[in-house]
Design a protein around this ligand. Sequence first.
Ligand code: ARG
Length: 446
Amino acid sequence: MNPKTLQTSNQSSQTTQTLDAVLWSAQENTLPPEVMAYLAGADVELDQALFLYDIQGTLAHLKGLAAIELISAADLSQFEAALAQLQQAFIKQEFVLDSRFEDGHSAIEFCLTEQLGELGKKAHTGRSRNDQVLTCLRLFMKDQMGGLKGEVVAVIDTLLNLAKDHTDTLMPGYTHLQRAMPTTVAVWLLGFAEGLLDDLQQLNALGELLDASPLGTAAGFGVPLPLARELTAAAMGLSRVQVNPVAAQNSRGKYELMVLHQLSYLMSDVRRFSWDLSLFMTQEFNFIGLKNTHTTGSSIMPNKNNPDVVEIMRASQAVVDGAAAQVHALLSLPSGYQRDLQLSKEPLIKGLKATRDTFVLLPGLLEALVFNTDIMQAAITPAMMATDQALAQVQQGQSFRDAYLASKDGQTPITPEQSIQARVSLGGAANLGLEILEERLEGLTQ
Ligand code: ARG
């Protein structure tokens, strides 16, 4: 196709017919522009995120058609060249997906027909936009989750390394936001690392679920053609076929919801961490500072250094949860394709963006933390060693309850350092189990 021709025909968006409607509508298009626009919604914008995956799915579909000899090997070569060209034109922004098209799917068909003439019209043989959209969303989600996994691993790595530098950095531990016992920065940081390892395990399970091809289920009933479904799945790098066509259609939105729920778990760890940070960064605590790469000033108060990044991270969970709520609400549907499902695209893309943007920034944020070790240590009061005192007496033969009562006054010769050194059971400050966490990370990233 000639991308230039396509761009200059931009004015046609003003007419009552989009290019794709002209292409595939059997009857004259009678839809008024406001109805067309209402139906298309934000599709052409959102489909920009999906376009390359749609090209990939189209290529696999055509390989399948060649395998069952509905197109010849020479036809396939022509399609391959045209799709490669469209892909390049899209990447270089010479081809722009805009309101001339109803959506990315019909844009691909339009471009193939413009480029290849009669042959282009064969591209949609045995395919519906329903399995086309399912397929490109599947590839998109799989890729996004793969990228996110790498970003989560980078955050876990950073937490593990930071923890190694702070195995002896004392800090007060809180329950009910009341001083409880001494702990270390390493214990605090590893808490988040292990939480993210749980998320990583779930991400792997979700990755396996997403690794299935809906291509070939067409409108939700299969087609009277011997489509090579395993072949097309393999051509897209998917390890299995989503067998039943109704199951495939019904997974639209459901898989998106699973992704968004997974993002919510990840972001809930981030939210808790952000909360701790914003508390520890108050002048009242002053345990942790942030280098000026990650703080902002106030437009009125010259004295301010605000942790806005931490706050946007905390708030991003709301974006993800809002997106999940939207998808969940619109899934109140009978089985099969319904146009309602189109509205699951925006929240999916938005939730993924909010999460990935956050995880990309987290390693840098962690490296910008400054631990005010003296202030943290000074906040550990003698009363916080009362439990140590009671347990020391238990080791000398006293019952725990008597020792507990005797230690209530908080008078103890035990120092915070001694308290920390005695936390020898697995996971405690003197026995962090770092190697166990590292091994688990290795196992989850193989
Ligand atoms: N934009 C549509 C969506 O996201 C594409 C599928 C259209 N299918 C149809 N039968 N109208 O759902």
